[in-house]
Design a protein around this ligand. Structure first.
Ligand code: F6R
Length: 240
């Protein structure tokens, strides 16, 4: 595990964008695993700047997102497909057909999980970008999820619904289920890059990366990844 401590969110985002940019420069056809949430938004902004200045070329890049709410259409403002288009894909030179997000509206849940799992396996992720939930979730792999789970549909925990309600009018509107890539696929990425910021994440950072490896803290498995890079600001790393 390599830890980069940065002064604040902006520096964290700059550092993470540099790492992703290096990946894409070295391999134009990189497969990037991507995340939504507040943590990577600044990273996407930096990458958009690099794209605009011609310092990075996404034209051959393929992306696979970690997760999607079940029951939200791609054009729903809180769907993760909408988030990715709005915060990233619409502003860079990437082919839409090369961007993948689980289909929240799939009629058959099991078939959708199988389809997405096959896709991830056939692509092979070069670099997986992650945030972390307050309870240690990665993707929507909530505490207690098996470390060998494939893409699956899960019920969100109360703490995740509580954390995500800020994006909706109220907690009742937060979907109760979501599709998520499994921890196994995340671990199979050649490189895992996590961005963490803010004091409220300090405790879970300590537990995840300096505590026991347990399914109760899904992110703790990353301690065993051979190329795991943690980029965190001072506040998030303040308990280490
Ligand atoms: C998002 C995702 C989640 C978030 C996590 C942290 O695609 O998979 O695991 O990374 O909930 O969210 P933020 O960054 O909003 O604190």
């Amino acid at each position: 595990m390599r830890i980069h401590k940065t002064s604040d969110y902006n520096e964290m985002s700059r550092k993470a964008a540099q790492i992703i940019s290096a990946q894409v420069t070295l391999k134009e056809q990189s497969v990037l695993g991507l995340a939504t949430g507040s943590s990577p938004v600044g990273t996407y902004k930096r990458l958009i700047e690099l794209d605009s200045s011609g310092d990075i070329d996404f034209s051959e890049v393929v992306t696979v997102n970690l997760d999607e709410y079940k029951g939200l259409t791609p054009d729903h403002e809180q769907s993760y497909r909408y988030f990715m288009n709005d915060n990233f894909f619409n502003h860079i030179n990437i082919k839409t057909e090369n961007t993948h997000v689980p289909n929240g509206m799939a009629e058959n849940l099991e078939l959708e999980c199988e389809r997405y799992e096959k896709l991830i396996c056939s692509l092979g992720i070069d670099l997986q970008l992650l945030g972390i939930g307050h309870n240690g979730h990665i993707g929507f792999n909530e505490p207690g999820t098996s470390f060998v789970a494939n893409t699956h549909c899960i019920s969100l925990t109360e703490s995740t619904i509580e954390a995500n309600k800020r994006f909706f009018d109220n907690a009742d509107q937060v979907p109760r289920q979501a599709y998520t890539m499994g921890v196994k696929a995340i671990m199979q990425a050649k490189c895992v890059l996590m961005v963490i910021s803010g004091k409220e994440k300090a405790q879970i950072v300590k537990e995840s990366f300096f505590g026991p490896i347990t399914p109760q803290v899904p992110a703790s498995l990353l301690q065993l990844h051979s190329n795991f890079i943690l980029v965190g600001d001072e506040a998030a790393l303040s308990l280490l």
